[in-house]
Design a protein around this ligand. Structure first.
Ligand SMILES: Nc1ncnc2c1ncn2[C@@H]1O[C@H](COP(=O)(O)OP(=O)(O)OP(=O)(O)O)[C@@H](O)[C@H]1O
Ligand SMILES: [Mg+2]
Length: 287
């Protein structure tokens, strides 16, 4: 644990410590949340998978947009990063129609102000990826918003820069993942401003917690897809008659093992690095 670092916050998954005025230590726990509720059961190594994958992508996308990563620690779950003033929106990119995007499309034919062609099915590929931001709800669920709503919260130049960077990083990662048999259906980025006012990619990036990863070989639009993310744990939660408020259900051993296996498989397929090799030497993802 960080010596002499001040604990400055807890997210659902991460603990934040201030190393100094400019630097934070982000420690990813093994906690899992479904439907925005942290479950009482942890998924061993999940925090390492999220940290390793984020660092892997940060190392490969910094020429598209600068990011907050400064150093990866030996425990494989802690990153030293630049402290940012986070933007008030979550920057979601969708290449496929799923989750709340599919729900919005079904009722309105649009997602966050983008009018989509009629006749799309659940999980359909969009002709172009779209930027579909949401509010950052302090409690409860994020809400999808259009550009006009977002501009009540931030300057247009900043919104446009975040949109452009989000689409560019998504496009890079989605091509990269496709070549490894994984579809990145959608993903969420969080950007912030550094002390000089530059846009910097923060938080985690392109992980199974922030994205929907689908195995490309069995992809078929027209319904939900199997995935490498917490959908497996979510599906279990749906079977136990839980009302999606605290406290969440305990996960049985086979759901824990199945979820861990999916996270680790996503890590290994995307990075090409054995997860045990990452644990032995986290900096392997930076090379
Ligand atoms: N470089 C950074 N500077 C400042 N804050 C950051 C930075 N990177 C990430 N954050 C913030 O740290 C937190 C990460 O914690 P975590 O992912 O567990 O949160 P969450 O559950 O997604 O959201 P919440 O914090 O609302 O519970 C987020 O609030 C995120 O916005
Ligand atoms: Mg988060």
């Amino acid at each position: 644990m960080p010596e002499a670092a001040e604990h400055v916050g807890s997210g659902k998954v991460r603990e934040l410590f201030a190393l100094d005025d400019e630097r934070l230590l982000l420690v990813a726990s093994d906690r899992i949340s479904t439907f925005d509720v942290v479950l009482p059961t942890e998924i061993p190594d999940k925090g390492r998978v999220l940290t390793g994958l984020s660092a892997f992508w940060f190392a490969r996308t910094h020429e598209i947009v600068p990011n907050h990563l400064l150093a990866l620690r030996e425990d494989g779950r802690s990153t030293e990063c630049r402290r940012l003033e986070m933007l008030p929106i979550e920057c979601v990119v969708r290449g496929y129609l799923s989750g709340s995007g599919w729900k919005d499309y079904r009722t309105t034919g649009t997602v966050c102000g983008h009018v989509l062609p009629s006749g799309l099915a659940e999980s359909s590929k969009l002709s172009e990826p779209v930027f579909t931001p949401s509010t950052k709800a302090m409690t409860g669920h994020d809400e999808n918003i259009d550009r006009d709503r977002a501009l009540e919260l931030m300057e247009p130049e900043l919104y446009d820069a975040a949109e452009q960077a989000s689409l560019a990083v998504y496009q890079f990662a989605s091509d990269y993942a496709n070549a490894r048999g994984i579809i990145i259906a959608d993903t969420k980025f969080e950007f912030g401003l550094d002390p000089e006012g530059r846009l910097v990619l923060g938080d985690e990036a392109l992980t199974p917690d922030s994205s929907r990863f689908w195995p490309a070989d069995v992809y078929a639009a027209g319904g939900p897809q199997p995935s490498f993310d917490k959908q497996f744990a979510r599906d279990y939660c749906e079977t136990v008659g839980w009302d999606k408020t605290y406290p969440g259900p305990e996960l049985p051993d086979e759901i824990v093992a199945g979820t861990r296996a999916r996270y680790v498989e996503a890590f290994e397929r995307l990075t090409g690095i054995a997860f045990d090799d990452y644990v032995a030497d986290p900096e392997a993802v930076l090379r």
